[in-house]
Design a binder for this molecule. Sequence first.
Ligand SMILES: O=C(O)CCC(=O)C(=O)O
Ligand SMILES: [Fe+2]
Length: 279
Amino acid sequence: MLNQEQLDRYQQDGFIVIPDFKTPAQIAALRQRAAEIVDAFDPAQSRSIFTTREQDKHIDHYFLDSATRMHCFFEEEAFGEDGQLRQAKALSINKIGHAMHDLDPVFSAFSRGPELAAVARQLGLQQPEIWQSMYIFKQPGIGGEVRWHQDATYFDTDPVTVTTFWFALEDASLENGCLWAEPGGHRTPLRERFVREGDHVRTEKLSDLPWPDDSTAVPLEVRAGSLVCFHGLLPHYSAPNRSPVSRHAYTLHVTDGASRYSPANWIQRGAEFPVRGFE
Ligand SMILES: O=C(O)CCC(=O)C(=O)O
Ligand SMILES: [Fe+2]
């Protein structure tokens, strides 16, 4: 799948863009399925329109439970001061997460197959384990920023093996909030760790190293169908989407079963719902 030059580039930069990895038909099927999940979603389930402390607890549970389910999360700017949605529900959801790749046949088919298995192998994942899937809408007008982070913050393993497989389902541009990354930034240390303690999660600061800015980071403007793979220590970010055009993407976070997966990671799987790879 990848030639030596592309693999060298991955080592050098910490990311690689593979154009035309998915066909328009594959993308259409995933978009259709996502739209159906959103359509079936009852906003009262997430309780995210309430802001009291009691309700915050529900939001926590709604988030933690999503590790093994398919939950819809609203954009932060989805609601007006009157507590009502500012645009249609279908244009208000920030993302669906986090187990569609195992629970839904359409998502599972998109998330697996010999091509993905081959890329994972070439990137050094001996025993790929897909922990999480996210369908990110980056809605027109209100699509939220994803602040600078490293994905190893959320998928801590020893050694670091988490690798992100990010699929553009629409053209991603500077206007609609494409990804930004810092070439070579995968050689910087882990800055934060997201730790689960029972029903709570917290973020531990590990390093004072600053995040990149647009003097060193580059925008990853890619066409629909592109696959972007990146290293778990690569700092990345995406800006708010103030444009009238959405920026749908689908992303998988994958570790190597040969590395030790931290028992403090927020997503855990057991024999009742085992973690699977690309096969
Ligand atoms: O799509 C985005 O804006 C951010 C995605 C991301 O952080 C990821 O896939 O790890
Ligand atoms: Fe990320």
